[in-house]
Design a protein around this ligand. Sequence first.
Ligand code: ADP
Ligand code: MG
Ligand code: ZN
Length: 498
Amino acid sequence: MDRYQGGGVVTEGWELVIGLEVHCELRTETKLFCGCRNLFGDEPNSNVCPVCLGLPGSLPVLNQRAVELAMAIGTALHCDIRPSTFHRKNYFYPDQAKDYQISQYDEPINVDGWLDLPDGFRVRVERAHLEEDTGKTTHAGASGRIHGADYSLVDYNRSGVPLVEIVSAPDMRTAVQARAYATELRAILIASGASDGKMEEGSMRVDANVSVRRSTDATFGTRCEIKNLNSVRSLGRAIDYEAQRQVALLESGGVVEQQTRHWDEGTGRTETLRSKEEAYDYRYFREPDLVPVVPDAEWKAAVADTLGLMPAQRRARLVELLSGGNGAGGNDGDGDGDGELRVDQIATVVDLGLDDLVVGAVAAGVPATLALARTANEAATDAEAARRLDGSSYVALLTLEASGSLSATQAKVVLGDLLLAGGGDPAMLAKEKGFEAMSADSLVETVGQAVAAEPDAWARYCDGEDKLAQVFVGKVMKATRGQANGKAVVAELQRLRG
Ligand code: ADP
Ligand code: MG
Ligand code: ZN
C-alpha cells in the first residue's frame, strides 16, 4: 500500500525543517588510502589488503584522483575549496577493522556552497568532505537486521572506498523539496563524473535530519536523523511519517529526543536505532599518518576545466533559447501563458539528457518552443532512442513541421518512425505514409466548408471570441484526417474574418 501522499503536508500550524546528509562513493579505480580495486559486486573480501583491513603497521597513502573528484563536487556545488586535514573518528563496529574511520572533521575540503532546485529554490551546502567507507555487514536471519540475526557476515571490499559526504543546511521545508534536492544532487554527481549515483547499489546514500516547530517559533526544534533511505521515494515517505510522528508527540505534551532512527520500508515507519551520539563520543584526533591537502589555484582551475555543464546550467541554456533570438519565446501564437509548462518541459529534457537535441535544432533554425515541445512530449517517451537519434533527421522533421509541410499529428507519427530506426529521411517517411501537405487551395476550400457549417460559431468568432477558432480547426482536422496544419487553418480563419 502506498502511504506516500506526495509530501509537504504537515499539520496546520506546524512547520517542517529538513537537512540532508548525502554520502556518495567516488568513481575511482582504487580505494582512498590503498591500491585495492574500487568495484561494486566483486567476490566478497577479494579486494582487500593490510591497509583497508587495518593490519598493524600498515600506512595510508592518499588517492589523488579521489581528491580531484571531491574538488569536482565542490566546484559543481559552488563551494569554497579549502586546505584540509584528516582525523580519526574512533568507534567499534565489525565492518570497520581499524576501529576508526579516517574522515575530514573541522577542516573539510569543500565549504559554503549551494544547489539550486529546478524551480529556483536555493539550498545551501554547509560542507562536502572526504572520508573512507566502511565494509558491509549482512545479517542472516528473518529480519535481515542485527537484532535477532542467526549470524552476520562481513565483506571488506567496500572498506576504504572513497566517499564524499555532502551536508546541506537545514533549508528545506517540505518532503517535496527534499526529494527535489536529492534528485538534483544525484544529477550533479553523475554530470561531474564523481559518482555513478546508483542508490540501489549504495553509491549514493541519503540520511534525513527532520524536525518540526510551531509556525510561530523562532528557533528550530530537536531533530531526528533517519537512516536507510534507499530511494528518493523512501526519502519522501520517511520525512512525512517522521514529521507526523513528531507533531503528534509534541501535541500530546511529549518531547522529541534527538535520535538516530531507522526507516522501515515495509511498515512505512521510522523506529529508534540509538540515541544520537555527540562529536566528543568519537574522540576525534588528527590522523598522524597523513599530511594536509592544500589544493593550489592551478589545480582547482584544472579540475574546473574538466567539468562539463551541470544540470542547472543546461536548464539555463534552454531558458535563454526560449526567451531570446528567433521570436519563438514570448509569442508562439497559441497565446497561452505557459511559463510553468516550459519549466517542466525544460526539466524533463535536461533530466533525460535530450537538451542537446533541442539546442541543435534551434541552432538549425527550428523555433525553440516547437523543438522543446516535441522533445519533452514525444521524443521523451523513448529517451534512450532519442539520445541515439541522428540530430540532422530530427532537424529535418521539425523543419517540415515548422514550415507547415507536415501537420503536428503527422510529424508525431513520423517522429515515432525516426526513433525506431535511429534516423532516416523524414520527408521520405512522410511520403510513404501518404502525408502529403495539403495544397493551399484545398485548405482554403476545407476551411470555407467548416465556416459554412457553423454559422453561429462563425458569427461569434467574428465578434471576437477567438477561442472558437478551435471549433473550426477541429472540423478541418476531422475532415482531413489530421493532414491540415492547425496554424495554417487559424491563419486562414483570421484572413476570412478580415
Ligand atoms: P551532526 O554533526 O551531529 O550530524 P550537523 O550540525 O552537522 O550535526 O547537522 C547535520 C545535519 O542536520 C545537517 O544537514 C543540518 O542541516 C541538519 N540539521 C541541523 N539542525 C537541524 C534541525 N533542527 N532540523 C532539521 N535538520 C537539522
Ligand atoms: Mg552528521
Ligand atoms: Zn586495500
